[in-house]
Design a protein around this ligand. Structure first.
Ligand SMILES: Cc1ncc(COP(=O)(O)O)c(C=O)c1O
Ligand SMILES: N[C@@H](CCOP(=O)(O)O)C(=O)O
Length: 462
């Protein structure tokens, strides 16, 4: 299995090389050259298997021979052992034919743990075998950062630097990043918003001297392994509702487009998915683009679903690559236009995107109202991101097709919004109930590439 860049100029890599590299050297994102297929019988055979066994069967064909079957199965087992629910990703029924996929039972209470716990294991195994060390730099609007720190803290062959937008993440998210005492963890509070963090991260990848000196690696969803690990719960949930003999749809609270792109990969592999619905908050560039074809960035407006306060949606590039018939030159040109503010998707490509994706946008008041209603009518406490998903799903779903809405974070990560809507302040699980008493450690940083690079080089634990 080889991986190629969405901009068509970087060399093709193996799974392990693509995982350890992160961004391709032409600025593009790695995608598999071909998508492995699962037949209806292959999918039917997943019924009744554990989450770990499903993960093995879904992910294994993408990985190639870098890991033996035995080692790979062992790494999957270790990745999910710390989850607080036996099913790992349980389904809860919200209404007739509307289900909530709870993805917040991992160690940091957000869906990011599904991928981050697995790639933490894969990185460790690959780095030890190669005798290498890496510097991970991540950009976060709150959840990727905490999940990455949890997965990589204390490892000898990794330093992990997380850039988060100062003042724009929830207190729980910030404390999850700033309280781990391990010396290889560095929480950097950047003056700017998430898009600035992500842009500086990409600048570091495109600055080859720095990239090679620190042996830069990325664990954002620019890393293909992150997206791949998220494909699994599309299979596990659809199968438990009757796939492949029953078609389902998904609604996904969306920011960087990584999670919903994983659903698209599941569909391309053969999972019978009807619609993939993009649900955005007031930062609605994806909804505007899927509606009009116009992908124009504008100011980021802080919201009560802060993890989705994103305007430059990184993985949309992967979807565009397919929509433009895998023409890397066309994608590179769009990404150049994006630097000047935006681009227009061609009619053909827009039609190709609409074959799979629908979209909806939710205001702040509607988000609060949905949290309130879900609690009042179903006793279900939703985090604001999940509420955005539920609202859009209810508006757009076809009552005859089961709709699965992804619940991407635990309500206790966003207690202010949940309390405002319901009067209930959701408590943190026992294992992190002392989070507010732990000492914090962070560094304020300017939105300045060379200052950031210098700081990282000084801080790397040798
Ligand atoms: C809780 C939560 N929901 C939804 C999203 C959006 O996911 P994606 O960026 O993969 O579209 C994020 C951030 O990524 C998140 O942290
Ligand atoms: N919402 C994310 C933003 C980064 O997304 P990623 O999936 O590309 O890592 C976050 O919580 O950090």
């Amino acid at each position: 299995m080889r991986y190629i860049s969405t901009r068509g100029q970087a060399p093709a890599l193996s799974f392990e090389e693509a995982m350890l590299s992160g961004l391709a050297r032409d600025g593009g994102l790695y995608v598999p050259e071909t998508i492995p297929q699962m037949s209806a019988d292959d999918i039917r055979a997943l019924e009744g298997l554990s989450y770990e066994d499903i993960a093995f069967r879904v992910v294994r064909p993408f990985v190639g021979d870098g890991f033996t079957d035995e080692v790979f199965a062992d790494l999957i087992a270790k990745a999910y052992a710390g989850f607080g629910h036996n099913a790992r990703a349980p389904l809860v029924q919200l209404a007739p034919n509307h289900f909530l996929l709870e993805l917040f039972h991992g160690p940091t209470l957000a869906f990011k743990d599904f991928a981050m716990q697995l790639i933490g294991q894969l990185f460790q195994e690959a780095l030890e075998r190669r005798g290498e060390r890496v510097t991970i730099v991540g950009a976060t609007s709150g959840d990727t950062g905490s999940a990455a720190i949890e997965a990589f803290k204390g490892l000898d062959n990794v330093d992990v630097f997380i850039l988060y937008p100062h003042g724009r993440v929830s207190e729980v998210q910030r404390r999850q990043m700033t309280t781990p005492p391990e010396a290889n963890v560095h929480a950097l509070a950047l003056d700017g918003h998430f898009d600035d963090c992500q842009a500086r991260l990409k600048d570091m990848f495109n600055h080859f001297e720095f990239r090679d000196t620190v042996r830069l690696a990325g664990v954002n969803s620019i890393n293909w392994a992150r997206v791949l690990a998220q494909v699994v719960y599309y299979f596990s949930s659809a199968v438990s509702l009757g796939a492949p003999d029953r078609t389902v749809s998904f609604t996904v609270p969306t920011g960087n487009f990584g999670d919903i792109f994983a659903g698209y990969i599941a569909k391309r592999m053969g999972l019978p998915i009807d619609r993939l619905v993009v649900a955005t908050n007031q930062n609605d560039i994806l909804h505007r683009c899927l509606t009009s074809g116009d992908y124009q960035t504008s100011e980021v407006h802080p919201s009560i679903s802060p993890s989705m306060d994103i305007q430059v949606s990184s993985n949309f590039e992967r979807a565009l690559f397919d929509a433009y018939n895998r023409d890397g030159g066309a994608v590179a040109q769009l990404m150049d236009e994006l630097k000047a503010g935006g681009f227009n998707v061609s009619q053909g490509a827009l039609q190709a995107l609409r074959e799979h994706f629908d979209s909806g946008r939710v205001s702040e008041d509607e988000t609060l109202d949905t949290i309130r209603l879900a609690q009042a009518t179903m006793g279900e406490l939703l985090c604001p991101h999940s509420a955005v998903g539920v609202r859009v799903a209810e508006a757009l779903r076809d009552p005859k097709t089961p709709m699965i809405t992804l619940a991407t974070a635990h309500p206790a990560k966003f207690p202010d919004a949940v309390e405002k809507a319901t009067g209930i302040r959701p408590p943190l699980p026992n294992r992190m109930s002392d989070l507010y008493e732990r000492a914090e450690r962070l560094t304020r940083v300017a939105n300045d590439l060379s200052a950031l690079e210098n700081l990282i080089q000084e801080r790397i634990t040798k």
